[in-house]
Every structure is written in C-alpha cells, then in structure tokens.
Design a protein around this ligand. Sequence first.
Ligand code: KG4
Ligand code: ZN
Length: 330
Amino acid sequence: MPIVLGIESSCDETAAALVDGDRRVLAQRIASQDDHHAPYGGVVPEIAARAHAERLAPLVQAVLDDAGKELADCDAIAATAGPGLIGGVMVGLVTAKALAMASDVPLLAINHLEGHALSPRLADAKLDFPYALLLVSGGHCQILRVGGVGQYTRLATTIDDALGEAYDKTAKILGLGFPGGPAVEKLAREGDPHAVPLPRPLKGSAEPHFSFAGLKSAVMRAHQSGEHAAADIAASFQQAAVDCLIDRMTRALDTMEPVTALVVAGGVAANATVRGALEGLAEKNGLDFVAPPLALCTDNAAMIAWAGIERLPLGEFAPLDVSARPRWPL
Ligand code: KG4
Ligand code: ZN
C-alpha cells in the first residue's frame, strides 16, 4: 500500500498530510494564517512566505508523529510546485527537496490545481473519469473536463476576477473581515436575494467564460448608495454569482464531450448555495454530483498527497532542480 507525504504552501495555509493508496488520510495538519492577513484585508505574500518558513518543518514532523511513520515509510514526497504565491511555493518545494534528499524518497512536483481537480476522488472511491469539473477558488475560476490523471481540457476561465476573490472583495466592501467567503455566505442567509438588482456578467454568451469584476463594482455602488441593507446586498451578490455559475456551466456541458459526473472543487465549493445549485444542474443533466467534504475544498495537503498517489504509477518523479512556478496552467 503506497503512502505519500503531501506538502501545501501556495497561498495562506501551511499544510502537511500523509495519505495512502486506500484513500486513508493517515494524518493531516493545517496551520491557517488568517490572523496574520486579516489586518490587511487580504493575503500579503511576504508575510505568508515567512509564516510558511517558520511552520512547515515542525508541521511535517507532527504529521509523521501523528501517524507513527517515518519519511522512509513514504513512497514519495509530493509538494505543490505552483501555481501560487511564489515565496510560499518555494518554501514548500525546497522543504520537500531537502526531505527527499535526506531520506532518498522520490519527489513529486504537483500542480496545485491538479490537487483540487483530483480531490473529489480522494473523498469518493466511486468517482471515475471522465467528469466535468467546476474549480472555484480564491485564485481560479475554471471549467475543466477531467479525462484522467494529467488529462485536463480547459473549457472556460475567468477573464478578470476569480469567484472567491469576488466573495472576498464583497466582504471587504461590506466590512465583514477576512476571509470573506464564509462571512458573505452567513450574512446572505438573512437577506433577500432579489432585493438588489445586480448584473450577471457574460450570461448567455457563447463561450462559457466567467467575469466577476463588473459584479464587484455593482456591489460597491449598491453599498455606496446607502439604499440597501448589507444582508440584502450579500444575498443578491450570491444569487447573481450562482446564476452566472449555472449559466456558464450549462453552456460548458452543452459543448463538452460526454461525462458521467459533475464535480465541484476549490474553496468556494464549501458554499452551500453553490453546492445546492450545482446539484440541481447535475440532476437535470442526468449526471452524478460530487462535492468533496468542506475540509477538502479549501487548501489542504491531503489533496496534494492524493494527487501524488494518483501520479505514482506514472513514475514521473521530479529532479532536485525542479522550479517553483508562479503560473502553471493545467
Ligand atoms: O481553494 P482555496 O482555499 O484557495 C485558493 O486556492 O484560492 O479558496 C479560498 C477562497 C477564498 O476566496 C474564500 O473566500 C473562498 O474560497 N471561500 C468561500 C467559502 N469558503 C471559502 N466562498 C464562498 N463561500 C464559502 N463558504
Ligand atoms: Zn487552492
């Protein structure tokens, strides 16, 4: 039974996990940096990198101790090598290189987006390729057809902001603090989703791409007008965002080669309204719906370790001079 150590440090979560080939998470730890970044209303790359540098090595040690394992028990060390904030990615990748060198365990350089894309298979043994994936996080908003490990066809991306970013900015406008997604979701429950007229950018356009910058500006104007309660703005924003997701995903499914399931992953997949709407869309299209448990949706190392487990049979280990990549499309 293979075991892979996963390391994640591409944004503001420092994380390590041990996962085996039977989909068992033997141990995992995540150190969130929310407190570090909250005063700035967003992630500050330099602060993130320093925090990763302080925390990662003890975190790896703790995960090994939790599972009663040693590095030598691992079949590979899988680290996020991009895309992401480059300082943080470098901390994780260089740590993984050192561990690999010291223990003679091979290194896997994992694309963070592949971690999100394959994470639903860690949670659900029955999820088979090919599936349609909506990847919605703080940095990305994409629709992919996942044909197999390493076989990703991108059908759509955002032409400006990612949806998580729009959630975070809406939270900032409404004074809800950071991180914004969960706060906006909570406030939206108390509001009327049809109270504030907001745009649905790109709705109905032929290409299934996303755009959220105009929606964010409209939220700002609605707030500045002083005519609307914050809860109504939050609820109306969320309704507009979900309408866009469903419209764009419907368009993508129309143009995509057949799939068996509709899958959502990434931080925004933790949102109950987003999940509910996508589940309805899957049902309408006769597709299974899979959404990973919340802890697997936001950044974590179990998904990186799992991507490593999926990649092990390919034998594509990384050389010790492999580069960290700030940009790395799937
Ligand atoms: O995947 P993730 O942890 O990091 C990236 O790779 O970007 O996603 C973080 C993003 C943030 O923008 C956060 O506000 C958003 O996911 N998010 C949510 C919720 N939980 C996290 N957005 C909406 N509703 C939520 N419940
Ligand atoms: Zn992520």
